[in-house]
Design a protein around this ligand. Structure first.
Ligand code: SF4
Length: 348
């Protein structure tokens, strides 16, 4: 069992974050929040792939007014992302959001901060303080290293909330730069008890963003730091959720859906193993069972891995042997590889 930093538990709707609860995978919609139905449709797709919490941008009044309809159309807790305008935070709270992402230090009037905090307290709605390296206050000791400035900024926002008797806090410190994100989170983890939301901000398109996120988030999780994760990608938000679970599965922190074990293929392969692995991966997206499925290209390393998986295929010249829980089930022709393997997966 991996060591995990002890953090305080908070509840966002019916989801617990921190306090040793399983790490929560979340995402953010990319639709215009004012278009409630489009936003609901995207959130439903996210729910289907296991997203546990979702955040929507609330840039104006109309977006805040769409929240009740969105809430009615979805099953997972909803977080409103607010910047600067306390009126939008109040509207979002009245509309029934389960969480806020808001930096109290960015609201200039302390009376306005008080109003938001008291409305959040009354409804027991947590607030995430989110510090991004790219938007640190310019006046704030520019000579200090970025990591220290990020930590100082987060602690400043935390003090503001604590000063108002509010402790339903979640914190994130994100940067595009992976080492900065890692160092900032390690530093803040020692200086406050609240749960941490991890992510690499502006990580990029899926090809690179998934890797940057996996390295950053994975490094921190492997050190016991982090209570909820969001993989930020310039792409379909479902990819964010799929990547999030792959990170957790890689560290044995979560069992979620199938795990595909596939060989990279090489000059020994006598079938299109890359095509087969991609087709199997696509089909496995619809399967919820936490099973291991192996797709192997030849008789050298194939049978061992295929036998160790719950279901596996070891391919040879034009034919493949299917294994189920270590037992050889049948030999199939190349044209039947996919269907025969999936029939075993579905039957297990
Ligand atoms: Fe090559 Fe066989 Fe290994 Fe696949 S399992 S990479 S085909 S040696």
């Amino acid at each position: 069992m991996m060591f995990r930093r002890a953090s305080r538990a908070i509840r966002i709707g019916d989801v617990t974050i921190g306090g040793g609860a399983p790490i929560v995978v979340q995402s953010m919609t990319k639709t215009d929040t004012r278009h409630a139905q489009a936003t609901i449709d995207q959130i439903r797709e996210l729910e289907e792939c296991g997203c546990q919490l979702v955040r929507v941008a609330v840039p104006d009044r109309e977006a805040a007014q769409a929240i009740p309809a969105i809430k009615r159309g979805i099953a997972i807790p909803l977080i409103a992302d607010i910047h600067f305008d306390h009126r939008l935070a109040l509207l979002a709270l009245e509309a029934g959001v389960d969480g806020l992402r808001l930096n109290p230090g960015n609201i200039s009037d302390p009376e306005h901060v008080k109003k938001v905090v008291s409305a959040a307290k009354e409804r027991e709605v947590p607030i995430r303080i989110g510090v991004n390296a790219g938007s640190l206050p310019k006046a704030q000791e520019p000579e200090k290293p970025t990591v220290e400035r990020m930590v100082d900024a987060a602690l400043g926002h935390i003090q503001l909330l604590e000063g108002l008797g509010f402790e339903l806090i979640k914190v994130s410190l994100k940067a595009f730069d992976v080492p900065t994100t890692i160092e900032a989170n390690k530093a803040i983890a020692q200086r406050m008890p609240y749960p941490l939301h991890l992510g690499i901000t502006e990580a990029g398109t899926p090809r690179r963003g998934v890797i940057r996120s996996a390295v950053g988030i994975g490094t921190l999780l492997s050190q016991g730091i982090g209570d909820t994760i969001r993989v930020s990608l310039t792409g379909d938000p479902q990819e964010e959720v799929i990547a999030g679970y792959e990170i957790l599965k890689s560290l044995d922190l979560e069992e979620h859906g199938p795990t595909l074990i596939s060989c990279p293929s090489c000059g020994r392969a006598e079938v299109d193993i890359i095509g087969l692995a991609n087709a199997v991966e696509e089909r496995l997206l619809k399967i919820e069972k936490p099973i291991k499925v192996a797709v192997m290209g030849c008789v050298v390393n194939g049978p061992g891995e295929a036998r160790d998986a719950d279901v596996g295929i070891a391919c040879g010249e034009g034919r493949g042997v299917i294994f189920r829980r270590g037992e050889q089930v049948c030999t199939v022709e190349e044209r039947d590889f996919l269907e025969a393997l999936m029939a075993e997966v579905e039957g297990i």
